[in-house]
Design a protein around this ligand. Structure first.
Ligand code: CU
Length: 487
């Protein structure tokens, strides 16, 4: 692929999102009561509401994020937490490929450093790009500048803090939001004809009007919210095909969604990467950070419950919960058709492999004198890498990585800057061309490590970045490693 042109356009659309009562929030939660009672019982059954969308104009979008202790709406009541611009999820950013995106990230969190990562975006990891080595102390600001390549894959991406050792708490508090990359192509215009809905899943434990911070203990119930709502209602007409963008922005929990009876669903993209055809779907396992875009249709009027069903064991076990209701009502739609999707993702399985590596995810013994768990990759805690890198990858060459897992839980592997093709899982070859930016490595069973084989080819950008487990508690405790792409 050619190096993307870096267009600089004269037009500037500066969008500053107003923080709700920003002045009063500056001194933190203690004054929140002046805005009305915090907490109360969550409200359910409201129509699904989506975060506000900030769109680029004239090839440019510039936004300012204010990260601070805020009062946000969670489950229809006022709740104190850390958030971007007093919203959980934060605003959705919408750009076209070829656009320039600028995010000024003001860290007004109390006494905690932060930074920003654009998860899944194919942009430079260097300097003021998607550089997660940036440290923005409390009280400081940093401006990230992203040139979205002209040939970027249109799809669903997201943003969240990525400051090592603080990521779990900040994402878990609700600091995350969506990024859409759009394209002016016939297939994108065809998809845009479907009524489209966003469902961002975030998990919160709300106790006494506040989100319980990661690591704190509480007996209050934990729910998975949809766009900050508890069990909202998404309506569709009988026979209508809708496009649903499902995004698991939880800090560390999987989501297992069966397609409810009475509904048909087709997968059209994984982590923003289009499938080569609408693939009929009966259920989805969405790892933390994963996105699935599906087309859905229900023929008969009625109410269908979309559920998160029990999955996993130990720390990873998820309980059953109703996520939202699909209300099928109104005038039936006749003749809705599925789209024709051309294959756009390259199949790397037939390409020569320049380099093969094995990357092992495991748990080491805690460091002397430490009680913190020691999650390691190839035996190394992230803190041990210093300026070294686990891999030097040559630009425009194919790398085959065998990801192994010798622990008894899943680790969702995520690498920055470019998605990868999944070749096999536990020895089972993947049918078709399937790209992800986050893939769960299965646990070890009966002494046999879990194994996922991927192929990846870095294009356009050189520089240093990271890969890691997207259970952010694991990442914060060392399950991350640096790599570098060189010419
Ligand atoms: Cu992990």
């Amino acid at each position: 692929m050619p190096r993307a042109s870096m267009k600089k356009r004269a037009m500037t659309a500066l969008v500053v999102v107003p923080a709700v009562a920003a002045g009063t929030l500056a001194v933190g939660l203690s004054v929140a009561a002046s805005q009305g009672e915090l907490g109360g019982e969550p409200v359910t059954g409201q129509p699904l509401v989506e975060p506000p969308v900030l769109k680029s104009r004239g090839g440019r979008l510039a936004v300012t994020f204010d990260a601070r202790t805020s009062v946000v709406s969670i489950g229809g009541r006022k709740v104190g937490t850390w958030a971007y611009n007093s919203m959980a999820p934060g605003p959705t950013l919408e750009v076209f490929r070829g656009d320039y995106l600028q995010i000024t990230n003001r860290n007004n969190l109390p006494e905690q450093p932060s930074n920003l990562h654009t998860h899944g975006l194919h942009v430079s990891p260097e300097k003021q790009g998607d550089n997660v080595f940036v440290n923005t102390p409390s009280g400081a600001a940093f401006t990230n500048k992203y040139n979205i390549p002209d040939d970027h894959i249109p799809g669903e991406y997201w943003y969240h803090p990525h400051r090592h050792m603080f990521t779990n708490q900040q994402v878990g508090a609700g600091m995350a939001g969506m990024i859409y990359v759009r394209a002016n192509t016939p297939e994108e215009r065809e998809l845009d004809r479907y009524r489209t809905r966003l469902m961002v899943f975030q998990q919160f434990q709300v106790d006494n009007g506040k989100v319980v911070a990661a690591g704190q203990k509480s007996t209050a119930p934990t729910y998975t919210y949809v766009n900050g709502q508890l069990k909202p209602v998404a309506s569709l007409r009988p026979g209508e095909i809708q496009r649903w963008r499902l995004a698991n922005l939880q800090a560390g929990s999987f989501i297992r969604i069966p397609v409810p009876e009475g509904m048909k669903a087709w997968l059209i993209s994984t982590d923003g990467n289009p499938t080569s055809r609408p693939i009929p779907l009966s259920s989805m396992l969405i790892p933390p950070a994963g996105r699935r875009t599906i087309l859905v249709r229900a023929q008969s009027a009625g109410e269908l419950t979309v559920q998160n069903i029990p999955w996993g064991s130990g720390f990873q076990a998820i309980p059953q919960q109703d996520l939202f209701t699909a209300r099928v009502a109104g005038t039936p739609v006749v003749g809705a058709k599925l789209p024709a999707l051309p294959a756009v993702m390259p199949d790397l399985r037939g390409e020569p492999v320049h380099n093969s590596r094995t990357v092992q995810f495991s748990v080491g013994t805690p460091a002397p004198g430490s009680t913190a768990p020691n999650f390691v990759i190839n035996g190394m805690n992230y803190d041990q890498w210093g300026k070294k890198n686990l891999a030097l990858m040559k630009l425009n060459t194919v790398e085959e990585w065998t990801l192994t897992n010798t622990t008894d839980e899943y680790h969702p592997f995520h690498i920055h800057v470019q998605p990868f093709q999944v070749v096999s899982v536990n020895g089972q070859p993947v049918k078709g061309v399937e790209y992800r930016d986050t893939v769960p490595i299965p646990p070890m069973v009966n002494g046999v490590p879990g194994k996922v084989v991927i192929r990846q080819r870095y294009t356009d950008f050189t520089g240093r970045f990271v890969f890691h487990c997207h259970i952010l508690f694991h990442e914060d405790n060392g399950m991350m490693a640096p790599v570098r792409v060189v010419r």
